[in-house]
Write a protein that binds this ligand. Structure first.
Ligand SMILES: Cc1ncc(COP(=O)(O)O)c(C=O)c1O
Length: 462
């Protein structure tokens, strides 16, 4: 990806408050990793040096957002901050109705309950862990209709998040449109490596779905990052603002689920937004049961204010350029050194191709989990597994799902780390690569029933 018109660039902010980092010894980390069952989700954050576990809820808020927190209207009903959030959502995303939720999976839960009947099929541009689980718990089955290139770490297709329209049509023919309540479209596609969907493809998905009376539900967690890729990769959008691209993307969809912990630069929050009055009516009813009243949905007034203000900042070109640019910076350094990563470099994270990085390990020796553990042991940097552990088991056969992609994700929080931290990250990955033959793989010793990657435990194979 070429970044627009800059010779070099720097973070578009200065730092007002700092949080001190702690460095530890290898011996200390060996104990911490063992106690955490070699699962980076089970490490204590105090034992982590540079935390690249996730970009979810880990952003640094601006002074403008923190000032807004002091204006929290903590009334049980009809908080002023809800109305601000509603008007900001309409301005930037363009949907008619808003229902706040505590985070993205709260919205996914409500959408799945309201829209899916047992026996339904939900096509999507690759699965996401919580999204698919809510679809399955509502009695539906997820069907992957992403283009084949998305499963190829080395394919340089600029829009690996695109839907394969032929796969979608085949599914409609096979099961009938009546059994497909909606297509679930993520922008960007996290599990494919933070890859975008093109506006052209989204428009075609819209046309095909409308022809068959199927709704389109957008996972908008990183839609702003997607809009940036559309601007720099889809020629006719290069002169358009990020805000106008975002709004056009949403216009091809009926409903969105939102984890505000990503694009919106906050530490907690989410919502569901829709143009569909029937969906809104039912969700507004159900939110009271599962999240909270429809004007707070499990959030404090101050959290809604921070979200509303984050929307003004998320579409700023300098911000999004620096955000995606920082990911690109780390990825390019690794590529230049011959480290196998998913290309093109994604919007929120660099994904190490663990299958290639640790070719001696079989998939059931958990190469991506092993690589995440090795990186922590080397340097105190925390990434996470996105491979066979995250994929879970087939609910019918009980077998492991065996995804083609076996990745270790280094996710960059927004506005948190400097370029110097990114140099340390790149050098630490190189150090693990140099002694990769010594990595011995893992055995799973504890497996929870749902979303096992969060809490599974492992021990080292000797
Ligand atoms: C693409 C995507 N969708 C949905 C979610 C779920 O959001 P939350 O963690 O806020 O529940 C995530 C979280 O990482 C995500 O990356």
């Amino acid at each position: 990806m070429s970044l627009p018109n800059h010779r070099s660039w720097a973070e578009p902010f200065k730092i007002k408050v700092v949080e001190l980092l702690k460095q530890t010894t290898r011996e200390y980390r060996e104990k911490a990793a063992r106690e955490a069952g070699y699962n980076t989700f089970l490490l204590k954050s105090k034992d982590v040096y540079i935390d690249l576990l996730t970009d979810s809820g880990t952003a640094a808020m601006s002074d403008y957002q923190w000032a807004g927190m002091m204006l929290g209207d903590e009334a049980y009903a009809g908080s002023e901050n809800f109305y601000h959030l509603e008007s900001q959502m309409r301005k930037y995303y363009g949907y008619k109705y808003l229902v706040p939720t505590h985070q993205g999976r709260g919205a996914e839960h409500l959408i799945s309950r309201v829209m899916i009947k047992p026996g339904d099929f939900i096509p999507g541009n690759m699965y996401f862990t919580t999204t698919r689980l809510h679809q399955e718990l509502a009695g539906g089955s997820f069907v992957d209709v992403i283009i084949d290139e998305a499963h190829e770490p080395e394919s340089t297709h600029p829009f690996k998040g695109n839907v394969d329209l032929q796969k979608l049509e085949d599914l409609i023919r096979e099961v009938g449109a009546m059994k497909i309540p909606y297509i679930s479209v993520a922008a960007t596609v996290n599990m494919a490596g933070g890859q975008p969907i093109s506006m052209e493809n989204l428009k075609q998905v819209r046309e095909l779905s409308s022809k068959h009376g199927i709704k389109v539900v957008l996972d908008a967690a990183r839609a702003v990052e997607n809009a940036y890729f559309i601007k720099v990769r889809e020629k006719c959008f290069q002169d358009r603002s990020i805000a106008s691209i975002l709004k056009e993307m949403c216009s091809y969809t009926d409903t969105c689920s939102m984890s505000a912990k990503k694009d919106l630069l906050v530490n907690i929050g989410g919502f569901l937004a829709t143009n569909d009055e029937d969906v809104f009516e039912e969700v507004r009813n159900l939110v009271v049961v599962y999240e909270g009243l429809h004007t707070y949905g499990g959030l404090a007034g101050r959290d809604m204010e921070a979200m509303a203000r984050g929307m003004d900042e998320m579409v700023d070109l300098d911000h999004i350029h620096a955000r995606v640019g920082q990911v690109e910076y780390v990825g390019s350094r690794l590529l230049n050194e011959g480290i196998p990563i998913v290309v093109p470099i994604g919007g929120h994270a660099v994904f190490l191709n663990a299958k290639k990085f640790l070719p001696n390990l079989k998939q059931l020796e958990f190469p991506a989990q092993t690589l995440a553990a090795e990186l922590y042991l080397e340097s105190g940097i925390r990434g996470m597994e996105r491979g066979i552990v995250s994929a879970g088991r087939d609910p019918e056969t009980g077998d492991h799902k065996r995804p083609k992609l076996e990745l270790t994700r280094l996710t960059i929080p927004r506005r948190v780390y400097t370029q110097a931290h990114m140099d340390v990250v790149a050098e630490s990955v190189l150090a693990v690569h140099e002694r990769r033959e010594k990595a011995s793989g893992l055995r799973m010793t504890y497996e929870p029933k749902y979303l096992r990657f969060f809490q599974a435990r492992f021990e080292k194979l000797t």
